[in-house]
Design a protein around this ligand. Sequence first.
Ligand SMILES: Nc1ncnc2c1ncn2[C@@H]1O[C@H](COP(=O)(O)OP(=O)(O)OP(=O)(O)O)[C@@H](O)[C@H]1O
Ligand SMILES: [Mg+2]
Length: 390
Amino acid sequence: MTIIWDHDPEAAETYRIALGGDVVQLQAGPRVSRALEQDASHDLVVIGPDIPLDDACEVAERARVDHPALGVILLRHRLEVGALAQALRSGVREVVQADDQRALADAVRRSAALTVQLSGHLPGSGGAEGKVITVFSAKGGVGKTTLSTNLAAYLASTGATTLLVDLDLMFGDVAISLQLQPHSSIHDLVAMRGHLDAQGLESVVTVHEDSGLHVLAAPADPSDADRVPSEVVLELLRVARSTYTYIVVDTPPSFTEHVLAAFDVSDLNLLIATLDIPAVKNLRVAINTLDALGAAREARRVVLNRADTKVGLSANDVETALKQQIAASVPNSLTVPASVNRGVPIVLHEPRGPVALAIRELGDHEIRQRFGEVLPNGTKRSFSLLRSIR
Ligand SMILES: Nc1ncnc2c1ncn2[C@@H]1O[C@H](COP(=O)(O)OP(=O)(O)OP(=O)(O)O)[C@@H](O)[C@H]1O
Ligand SMILES: [Mg+2]
């Protein structure tokens, strides 16, 4: 959790998007020190521009000894060399101009990555291979892109290097839903076939600045989809594993050769269901197909999207029809299409809303914990959402 230490009671709101995640605001220095002593799960303290420099440096100096993985970012109205030097000497990680939200978001992300490295908790950081998570449903419009985009943005915002691949090669809308204008696409990898390396992959990704997420977009021209052989997808995912901690794959609503290639190497398949008979029927067929392909059942999780829609079908009905438990439920909310139209993932725009909470919980427990990340103590599993919408 992030602490914002600021006299201005509106500070948490002012810096909300740049800070992302859970933020607690404290106005007095002694309360900050006490909070750090009592709860070791804090990973960042952002110190407001009106907090005296000496007080800020004192907290940073103490934190450097007591909580070496804790990040301290100092906001100042103006950047002055003297203050900068004093702050950095005391252990402050970065000093950022208070009105530069973009710079703050970047600093928060760098700090999160460093904290994770110092804590030594991240799979992939010790040479382990990154994990491929494929998000699929055999029916269109159930929320694959919404969930894959938000999950990937959330994972990236925790400091994990994350790539989101748009395998909906004909009608992919990952880039547009993040308001990105990609200069390249997966089609550009065809020319590097057989000798793709990390640098080649990096040259075709587009960075989503707000979250740090890397995105490999679908071709701008749908007719290029046929020109991407499935071997390119396999090669791409193999190279991506050596570079990224998590690779999230968004898919079209059908078993294309590209989707099958992704399934072949996935560490986790998230199958999206909604409360309607065609979606459940199609998912049942998809599960049968995965069984026939020999895909591991332990690497499969069903996620119920728009789970509180009142349409006469219940979560229990879905579980019975699929013969599979629902691992996570994401509620229905008008904030989802609104966030897509705004081009800001809901996990960043409204991190405490019920949709973001459900997606973050899915990310924490089905992805981060599953693949060996040790989450801070404060990250506890809560079934309340799931229960309340069943
Ligand atoms: N939890 C939700 N609450 C409300 N609306 C949602 C929710 N999830 C998705 N939507 C909306 O449903 C529509 C379809 O979502 P999305 O594009 O993510 O589905 P998809 O499965 O990727 O579709 P396609 O198969 O066409 O690629 C979008 O307008 C999205 O905003
Ligand atoms: Mg989609």
